[in-house]
Design a protein around this ligand. Structure first.
Ligand SMILES: Nc1nc2c(ncn2[C@@H]2O[C@H](COP(=O)(O)OP(=O)(O)OP(=O)(O)O)[C@@H](O)[C@H]2O)c(=O)[nH]1
Ligand SMILES: [Zn+2]
Length: 304
């Protein structure tokens, strides 16, 4: 048997994938065994060449994996062995706060720290919008990291680089917020296609259609992922949702009823915290919605 090589998956279609070695040399590989886990972006794999074809022999155990629900709600792995999830938002398109909460839950369930990067600070449009303000207030109240800047002007990028340093970081978020532009800015040698509308060709926007990992010259890796409209979390548990809402979960301990739904029960500590401006009422709405989606015991009463 020829030599066994080890590398990191930079892109995958399931049965086929591209693997990078330490030096960044790319190798197209295919799966030897069709059963079992499919390699995803960020996986470490062993491969070896056989009759001119490179085969994946095994996927190394994953430190963590980001899974989202497919159209039927079944979990689908998106990326593995991630150090940090960067949720990119922008003044425009308007931030979707339910989507933000979905990502907070997803990151918590995979045990990956989440930070928010507010992009396009060079643009006036939408800069003082209510959703963006709410989002930053929430992030501050939750004590979670947040940075801002521009992939266009480079503002704030140095601070972002300090955060990323040698980590494997995935950029996620709505379409058009600037994930590919940021990737481009952080790895200038790349020539990626961003959602610029080409006047000359009139062909409209190019958007990212697959998840791809790019090693950074300074160390670490950046994963660019396609923009999403929503994120299904049916495969997660009520406990995962609760962990994504520490503000609500902590207050709920002081509710009079242990099974309080934080609706109109007397002495509800969550409702009091909302009245005192300590919790954004939208967080409670999103909590209820996600608890229902994950099939919580509360589901029949926790309808929004
Ligand atoms: N003014 C300004 N425009 C930006 C900035 N970042 C990205 N854009 C523009 O926003 C548009 C969308 O950028 P992309 O990088 O393609 O966004 P994306 O998040 O990768 O989008 P998808 O691939 O669809 O998920 C492009 O026209 C970019 O030039 C920024 O910081 N400032
Ligand atoms: Zn309550």
């Amino acid at each position: 048997m020829s030599q066994l090589h080890t590398g990191r998956v930079v892109s995958s279609t399931g049965n086929h994938c591209v693997v990078a070695d330490e030096a960044g040399t790319l190798q197209r590989c295919q799966l030897r065994h069709r059963q079992g886990a499919r390699p995803v972006c960020g996986d470490r794999v062993d491969w070896h060449a056989d009759d001119g074809t490179a085969y994946i022999e095994q996927i190394h155990p994953r430190r963590n994996v980001i899974e989202r629900g497919d159209f039927r709600g079944r979990p689908r792995a998106l990326a593995a062995n991630i150090d940090r999830l960067i949720l990119v938002v922008a003044p425009a398109p308007t931030p979707d706060l339910l989507l933000v909460d979905r990502y907070r839950v997803l990151a918590g369930a995979a045990d990956i720290p989440l930070m928010i990067w507010i992009n396009k600070t060079d643009r006036a449009e939408g800069a003082g919008s209510e959703p963006l303000q709410r989002l930053t207030d929430q992030q501050t109240e939750l004590g979670l990291p947040m940075l801002r800047g521009s992939a266009e002007t480079g503002a704030g990028i140095e601070a972002l680089k300090t955060w990323i340093h040698a980590e494997t970081v995935i950029l996620v978020g709505q379409s058009g917020v600037g994930k590919t532009s940021l990737t481009q800015h952080l790895i200038p040698a790349l020539a990626l296609r961003t959602g610029e509308i080409s006047e000359a060709s009139g062909q409209g926007r190019h958007t990212t259609t697959d998840t791809r990992l790019f090693p950074r010259p300074e160390g670490g890796c950046l994963i660019d992922s396609p923009g999403v409209r929503t994120l299904r979390l049916d495969h997660l548990s009520v406990r995962d949702v609760a962990a994504g809402f520490p503000d609500i979960t902590e207050k709920a301990h002081a509710c009079r009823f242990r099974d309080c739904h934080h609706l109109e029960e007397p002495q509800c500590a969550v409702q009091s915290a909302i009245k005192q401006g300590q919790i954004d009422p939208q967080r409670l709405m999103n909590w209820r919605r996600l608890i229902t989606e994950t099939g919580g015991a509360d589901s029949n009463q926790a309808q929004p």
